[in-house]
Design a protein around this ligand. Sequence first.
Ligand SMILES: Nc1nc2c(c(=O)[nH]1)N[C@H]1C(S)=C(S)[C@@H](COP(=O)(O)OP(=O)(O)OC[C@H]3O[C@@H](n4cnc5c(=O)[nH]c(N)nc54)[C@H](O)[C@@H]3O)O[C@H]1N2
Ligand SMILES: Nc1nc2c(c(=O)[nH]1)N[C@H]1C(S)=C(S)[C@@H](COP(=O)(O)OP(=O)(O)OC[C@H]3O[C@@H](n4cnc5c(=O)[nH]c(N)nc54)[C@H](O)[C@@H]3O)O[C@H]1N2
Ligand code: SF4
Ligand SMILES: [Mo]
Length: 764
Amino acid sequence: MCDKYKFDNVVRSTAWSPGPGCHGGCGVKLYVKDNKVVRVEGDEEHPFNHGRSCPRMMALTQYMYHPERFLYPLKRVGKRGEGKFERISWDEAFDTIEQRFNEIKEKYGPEAVIFAQGTGRDIGGAISFLCYSFGSPNWVQLGLSGQSCYTPRLGAMTMVQGAPCVADCGQFFEKRYDDERYQLPKYIVIWGQDPSAGCPDAFMGAWVVDCMKRGTKLICIDPRNTFYTSRAEHFLQIRPGTDGALAMGMLNLIIENKWYDAEFVEKWCHGFEELAERCKEYPLQKVSQITGIPQEDIFAATKAYATNNPSSIHWGVPIDMCPEGTTVAQAISLLWCLTGNLDVPGGNVIARPAFLITTYPYDTQQMKDLYGEGIMDFINTKRAGADQYKYLANFRGWAQPDLMVQQMIYGKPYPIKAAWIQTTNVLGGQAADLNKHYEALMNMEFNVVVDTFHNPTTMAVADIILPAATFAEKESFRTWYTPLQIINPAVQVGECKSDWEINLELARRFNPSIREKYPTFQHLVNERIGAHGFTYQKLRDEHNGWVYPTEGPSVPYKRYETGLLRRDGKPGFETPTGKVELWSTRHEEFDIDPLPFYKEPPESELATPELFKEYPLVMVTGKRSPLYFHAEHRNIPWLRSKDPYPKVEVNPKVLKELGISDGEWVWVENQRGKVLRKVKASIAMDEKCVSVPHGWWLPEEKGTYPDFFKAWTHNCNLLVPVGNQSSSGYGGGAYKTTLCRLRKVSPDEMPMLPPEVHDGAKEF
Ligand SMILES: Nc1nc2c(c(=O)[nH]1)N[C@H]1C(S)=C(S)[C@@H](COP(=O)(O)OP(=O)(O)OC[C@H]3O[C@@H](n4cnc5c(=O)[nH]c(N)nc54)[C@H](O)[C@@H]3O)O[C@H]1N2
Ligand SMILES: Nc1nc2c(c(=O)[nH]1)N[C@H]1C(S)=C(S)[C@@H](COP(=O)(O)OP(=O)(O)OC[C@H]3O[C@@H](n4cnc5c(=O)[nH]c(N)nc54)[C@H](O)[C@@H]3O)O[C@H]1N2
Ligand code: SF4
Ligand SMILES: [Mo]
C-alpha cells in the first residue's frame, strides 16, 4: 500500500454543510492523516446514502484547505468595498459584536438587528436561537423573495394535512426498501424537481433511481428535458409557473372520473363538495391552453397516477416560486390526499423529525416547543410581515423578506440598523433584485458575516467576518426528518468555529442565563435529545452516529387511524376539523381563499402581452448543478473545471432565428438590467424558455468595488424582481418566470457595475 492510502484514523460523520452545502444527510468517512483530512468517502453502511456521494463531497479537501479560506476573524479597516480587512482575535470579534449590537438595541430596540440566513443547513436552529436570545423578532431569509423555498410547500401541507409529507422511498426505515412494511410506488411523479442534481429537502436524488431499478415508473412535469424526463412514461412539458392550473385540472379529472378514494374522502376529508365545484373551473381544454401541454397527455398522466396505487409525488422549489406558491402547493398536495396515497407505503408519507426532536423550527408548534408558548406573541408584535399576513403570523418564524428589504432601505415602520448574516451570500445568489439588497445592506450601520470565503456579500458590506467550520470540523446534530444524526469533527482548521459555537457564545453574552444552562454545546444537544435517552457521546460511540426510531409518532404508516398525529392523541389529522382540509378552515381564519386556484405569472405572454413582445423568452433561473451549491464552489478547481462559465442554455432553433452561435457571449436582458452569459445550445430546452443558472460571480476576479467579483456582470438576480409574494406572504418569488431576451454583445459595451449608494456604516 502506498503512503497515500495510509491513514491515522477514520471519522464517521454527517455531511451537512459547509462542504457539499446541501440539504442531505449523507454518512461520510473522513480519512485523517497528520491532523488533516486526506480522503472522503460515502459511508457504505449509512442507510441514507449507502456509500454514495457527489462531486462536491469528493472535492471537500480542496474546499477545507483552500488557500483563500477564512481561518480567523477579520475586521474591516478601510471603507466598505475597499477590501481591507485585518486579523483580530475571537475575543475582540465577540466584544465588538456584543458592543455594537447592544448600542443599536439601546438606541432603536432589539428589532433593529436582523438575523439573516440562507437555505436549510444545520444552522437554522443556531440562528433563531441567537436571534431570540438577543431579543429580536427578525429572523429572516434575507432576499429570498416570497420566502420561496420549501416554506410555501410546508405551509400548505401543514394547513391541509397538519404535517408535511414526502415521497416514500423507505427513508423512514433503517432497512429501507427491504423493510417488510415498505411498498414500492408504482409511479413517482417528479414535479418541478431535479433530484439527482441537488438532493433537496432532505431527500437524496439517488433514491428515485433506486425505485426505478426496482420497477417504479416516472411521470415528469418540467419545462426542460432532464435525465428523468427522458426515462419517463409520461412527460408533461409545462409552461413555467402554470403548475397551479395543471394541478387544478388534474384534481378535476380525478373527481369527474371518480378516480379518487371515496372511502378515504368520506371518512377523513373536509370540504369535498366545495373543492369539486371549484375544480369545475378547470376543464381539460382550458388547462391545456394555459399550461401548453396536450390534453391527451394530461389525461393519460393523471389516470396513470390516480389509478395505480400506491404512487407518490416528489416536488421541487419551482412550486414555491409559482405565483400564489402556497395555493399551488395546496392543490398538488390534495392530489395525494384524494387518491388514497396519504401516509401509506409507497405514497406520500407524513414526514416528522426522528423522535419528534427539533433543532430547526419548521412550524409554529415547533417554535413553541423550542422557545416557549409565548414566542409567537413576542415575535409577532414587531416581526416584518406579521401584521400584514395572518398566515405568516401563524406559521413558522421568519420575517417576510420582500417587506424586510424595503424596511432596511426606508426605515418604516421602524428602522433596521444592523444585519447578522450567516450561511447566506445575499448579493451572490440568494437575493432577488440585487441592487435593492445592496442598497439595503449598505444602509446598515453594522454587518457581521459568518462564512468560509470572501464573496460579493463579504466584500461589499461586511464589517466583521467570522470564519465558519466545515462539517468535518464541528460538532452538531441533525433531525431533518429521519434519522437522528450527529455531525462529528475529524480535525480543526485554523481558528474556525462551528456556527453553533459562535452563536452560543454570543447568546450567552446577550442572555447570561444561557451561560449557566449550556456551558458547552454538548449540553445543548444533550438537552434536546436527552428525553429519549440519547447523548451526543452515545450516538457517536454506540450508534455509528445515527439512529432510527422504530415505533411511535415519527414512524409511518396510517398514523391518522391510531391517534399518533394529533397532540390530543385522537385519531385524525392535526387540523382544526381533525380531517384533511380540502377546504382550509385555517385559510378562512387568515382571510385567504380556502380553496386552491390558479394565478398567471406576473410577467408572461398572457399577463403582459406588450412586454412579451419585447422580451419573448421565459427566463427560468436556478437549475441546480451537481457541481455547485447556489453561489458556492466556483473557487474549487475540481468543480469549476467541469463547468467554467456562466451560461445560458438555449434551444438551437431560437439561436438560429437570432443569428447567435453556440459558445458566443450574449446579454440576457430585460427592463431591469442585463447579465453576460456564454451560450450553450441545448435541445433539452423548450423553444419558449431559456435556462439561466444562478449564483454566478467569479472568485478569480477583483473583489473590491466596483468589481465585486463581477457579480454585477453575471448574477441573473439583477433581472429578477421582488414584491410578488402570494396572498399568504409566502411563495411567488419570480425566479422561474421572468421574461427576457438575448442580445449579441457589442465590443464597446461595458460590463454592469453596482450603483453608487450611501454607506450607512460608521468607522470603528
Ligand atoms: N435566480 C435564482 N436565485 C435563487 C434561486 C433560484 O432558483 N434562482 N434559488 C433560491 C433559493 S431556493 C435559495 S434557498 C437561496 C439560497 O441562497 P444561499 O443559501 O445564500 O446560497 P449559497 O450561495 O449557498 O450561500 C451560502 C453562503 O454561506 C456559506 N456557507 C455554507 N454553509 C455554511 C454554514 O454551514 N455556515 C456558515 N456560516 N456559512 C456557510 C457559503 O460559503 C456561502 O457563501 O438562493 C435563492 N436564489
Ligand atoms: N447541487 C445543488 N443542490 C442543491 C442546490 C444547489 O444550488 N446546488 N440548491 C438547494 C436548494 S436551496 C433547493 S431549494 C433545491 C432546489 O432544487 P429543485 O427543487 O430540483 O429546483 P430546480 O433545480 O430549480 O428546478 C428543478 C426542475 O424544475 C424545472 N422547472 C423550472 N421551472 C419550472 C416550473 O415553473 N414548473 C415546473 N413544473 N418545473 C419547473 C427545472 O427545469 C428543473 O429541471 O436544491 C437544493 N440542492
Ligand atoms: S448532495 Fe446528495 S450526495 Fe452530495 S452530500 Fe448532499 S445528500 Fe449527499
Ligand atoms: Mo432553496
